[in-house]
Design a protein around this ligand. Structure first.
Ligand code: ADP
Length: 592
């Protein structure tokens, strides 16, 4: 559905047509028919009615003729309403089809992007702009084009009607209408620009409102009591936005009134131009009334609809520009492949002189990092915040592949393994692990898409028995408050769920990357101890800046300045009296 190409606003029509050719064609036909019927056909029927009435008054036609003329007027008004409603219905069918095809296509792109785009602020903004509501963005563009086409069709059909009556009057009307029309279009564009300026403020106040009233921040809001401060900032932003909005509204008012006056002038000039032919009997009085009333009616809407549809077309253009950039973001190779069902056996894992900078330059985070880990042992990576510990886990799990040096698994470079094999090698519990508001069982099962049926055992091993027993439907209870019957659990219990997720995984190497940082040092230390016991004989990597929890590891690697600076057991490192020993001494009181 979505190709790697440059998209323009007109492509909204192509996408909609691709999603539902039948309904899109119907939508276009019905909308066009509605425009013609609403203007030219109505004018002809009105002309017929007025002329028939005049003939009857002059007694040149029988009285009963008026019935047919009247019936035609009523019928046409019915047709306008029905075609309008039918067009709306087909538009909603197109929307549903887009929902089915476009949304999944965007999500698929999203899922395949290289990880660096997710972490980069600019590309992340682009991604969220594109994926927030693609169907609405495309459909707004489609509606705007259809509306624009309706305006053109209305104008053209009335114009053709005038040509069919008195061709030279049509030429005169054309000569003054075009420049005035152009002026009114320019006004519409200015209007749009002014609104965009005001929108910036709206976005900021919306965010602040979310901070002030949203569910997400409720704890911190109460704890930090920042309501007054944020309220003040909100007030300032709101005032600034409001002032701008008032200016915009005033400007809009002037512009729209100015353009309406121009358009009203067009109606007046049309009437003046046509009065001559009526007097000279080149056009019937009925036709004059029909055309003038069609022009008046059309022009009333024209000023408003024209600028609205142009505004929306240009907005759709902005979205399509974003979409063109979005589709060009590079995909990670094999991003959508599932992990292998049978992970390979890992005997050794080695970093050889690895250097790594995050995309966008800056200082190298890892700077000649080398170490070798053996299977079946427990390792702890320690170092201060920002030392690069998480970066190591990101490289290991294949999220970034643009490093210098080598990462060897069983002696073979990591980048040479198929992506599906790399995905099956490591199970990582991240610091900001996800909380899924689904059943606890499914929350755990996510840890290994190939391993069903191990959830109860994993929950037990992760120390969740007590929680499970308290939950209304045991392990089948939805967590969080989103699903019906959902129950919230504590932060520490969520952490255990995340660990249970890692336990069901058959990955040969398990990494715990400070998922316990929200716990106090002693609880963290206890949790690590439990995990240690569970993982006996398996390869594990603990990452922490708190040393009390990692001292049980078989070996501790201290990271500083992008390199390993010390390595050994807790006792060895303490005896060395190096940086590790200093850090441990400094943190000792946390555990007493
Ligand atoms: P640790 O896990 O040891 O606390 P990290 O590996 O998370 O440290 O981060 C190491 C350094 O890399 C930090 O200085 C951090 O600011 C930087 N960093 C982390 N992620 C990114 C990113 N996506 N882009 C740029 N710099 C990053």
């Amino acid at each position: 559905m979505i190709l790697k190409k440059k998209y323009k606003s007109i492509d909204t029509l192509r996408l909609a047509f691709g999603a539902s050719p039948v309904f899109m064609t119907l939508y276009a036909i019905l909308s066009s028919a509605q425009s013609v019927v609403q203007t030219a056909v109505t004018a002809v029927v009105t002309a017929n009615f007025v002329d028939t009435a005049t003939f009857i008054l002059n007694r040149t036609r029988p009285y009963k003729d008026i019935y047919l003329a009247l019936a035609l007027v009523l019928m046409i008004s019915g047709v306008v309403n029905t075609t309008g409603a039918a067009a709306k219905l087909t538009a909603s069918k197109v929307r549903v089809s887009l929902q089915r095809s476009l949304k999944p296509a965007i999500v698929k792109f999203f899922a395949a992007f290289q990880y660096k785009y997710i972490e980069n602020e600019k590309s992340w903004e682009l991604i969220s702009r594109v994926s927030r509501d693609p169907v609405k963005a495309v459909m707004d563009g489609v509606d705007a084009f259809i509306q624009f086409a309706q305006i053109i069709i209305s104008v053209a059909s009335v114009f053709i009607l005038i040509v069919s009556q008195v061709w030279w009057a049509a030429l005169i009307i054309l000569s003054f209408s075009i420049p005035m029309f152009w002026l009114s279009m320019r006004a519409g564009k200015k209007n749009y620009q002014a609104e965009r300026d005001a929108e910036k403020y709206n976005r900021r106040t919306e965010y602040l409102e979310e901070v002030l009233t949203g569910r997400e921040n409720v704890d911190e809001r109460t704890l930090f009591g920042y309501n007054d401060v944020v309220n003040r900032v909100w007030q300032e932003q709101y005032d600034a936005g409001r002032k701008l909005q008032v200016k915009v509204t005033a400007k809009n008012f002037m512009i729209s009134k100015g353009s309406s006056m121009l358009l009203a002038l067009i109606s007046l000039l049309v009437a003046l131009t046509l009065i001559g032919p009526v007097v000279n009997h080149q056009m019937s009085a009925g036709m004059f009334m029909g055309i003038v009333s069609a022009v008046f009616g059309m022009i009333q809407k024209l000023g408003f609809q024209m600028s609205r549809s142009l505004e929306n077309i240009s907005r759709a253009g902005e979205y399509m520009k974003d979409l063109s950039e979005f589709v060009l973001l590079r995909e990670a190779e094999g991003a959508l492949t599932e992990p292998d069902a049978e992970p390979i056996q890992i005997d050794s894992l080695e970093f050889c002189n690895v250097r790594f900078c995050y995309p966008g330059g800056g200082e190298p985070i890892l700077n000649g990092l080398s170490f070798r880990l053996e299977a079946g042992r427990h390792y702890a990576f320690v170092g201060k915040n920002g030392a690069g510990k998480t970066t190591i886990t990101k490289l290991l799990s294949g999220l970034y592949t643009e490093y210098e040096g080598e990462i060897l698994i069983n002696g073979k470079e990591l980048r040479e393994y198929p992506v599906s094999a790399v995905k099956a090698m490591f199970s990582v519990v991240y610091q900001d692990f996800a909380k899924y508001y689904i059943e606890m069982k499914d929350n755990i099962a996510i840890g290994d898409i190939h391993a069903a049926g191990k959830e109860v055992e994993a929950a037990h091993q992760a120390g969740l028995d007590e929680v499970v027993n308290k939950l209304e439907k045991g392990i089948n209870t939805p967590l969080g408050k989103i699903l019906k019957g959902g129950q919230d659990i504590s932060g520490g219990q969520w952490q255990r769920v995340a660990i249970a997720r890692s336990l069901v995984s058959r990955a040969p190497v398990r990494i715990l990357d400070e998922p316990t940082s929200a716990l106090d040092p002693i609880s963290e230390s206890n949790l690590y101890r439990d995990f240690e016991k569970l993982m006996k004989g398996k390869t594990t990597i603990f990452v922490s800046h708190r040393l009390g929890s990692t001292k049980l590891a078989d070996e501790i690697l201290v990271i500083d300045g992008g390199k390993i600076t010390e390595r050994g057991t807790h006792e060895e490192l303490m005896a060395d009296k190096g940086r590790y020993a200093d850090m441990f001494e400094a943190q000792k009181e946390w555990y007493s």
